[in-house]
Design a binder for this molecule. Sequence first.
Ligand SMILES: O=C(O)c1ccccc1N[C@@H]1O[C@H](COP(=O)(O)O)[C@@H](O)[C@H]1O
Length: 184
Amino acid sequence: MTSADIQAVNQAQPDLAGFIFAKGRHQLDLITALKLRQELDSKIPSVGVFVNAPLAEMIAIFNSGAISMIQLHGQESEQTVVALQKLHIPVINVFQPTGIPAETQADYLMLDSGQGNGKLIDWSNLNIKHTQPLIIAGALNIQNIEQATQLSQPDIVDISRGVETNGQKDARKIFEIVKLVHQL
Ligand SMILES: O=C(O)c1ccccc1N[C@@H]1O[C@H](COP(=O)(O)O)[C@@H](O)[C@H]1O
């Protein structure tokens, strides 16, 4: 994520923007995340994406002001969810579509088949009960987003690689998919 990407996001006006703190090619350090948060439209909440990070690290990043929600994208326990919520941190808990526990008190339930490397889920086979708002993710793009949303009826869609070209965020793709999703 770069300043140019933030400009594209500000123009497109998605409902949320993801700041990835998990290891990998998208990983941001805190200094960069704070700079990007300054540049990001104040109306767009930023979500910190973590994979099995220490609780103290997630809380410190939240307290820095870089993010206003936490996405748990690993095998974090329900205790972690509860500990974050006790601090009034909204939590997105991510599961494989077949791996949802009977109960989680996370604020949002996200279904994804990977960690920024997932394959498209067969949304026609989805059979889950959920009380929280549902977020779908995993290799979504402008070609498959309409069918995925029709089949899964999510509250939010999450797209990362689907708005990239050659591994870089693509302003045109960001703008086009946000526009389309807001019309669905
Ligand atoms: O993209 C990453 O580097 C990443 C690493 C670890 C956990 C999650 C990661 N990405 C997040 O995964 C979903 C779906 O991404 P995609 O559309 O399938 O590329 C999204 O929340 C990304 O932020």
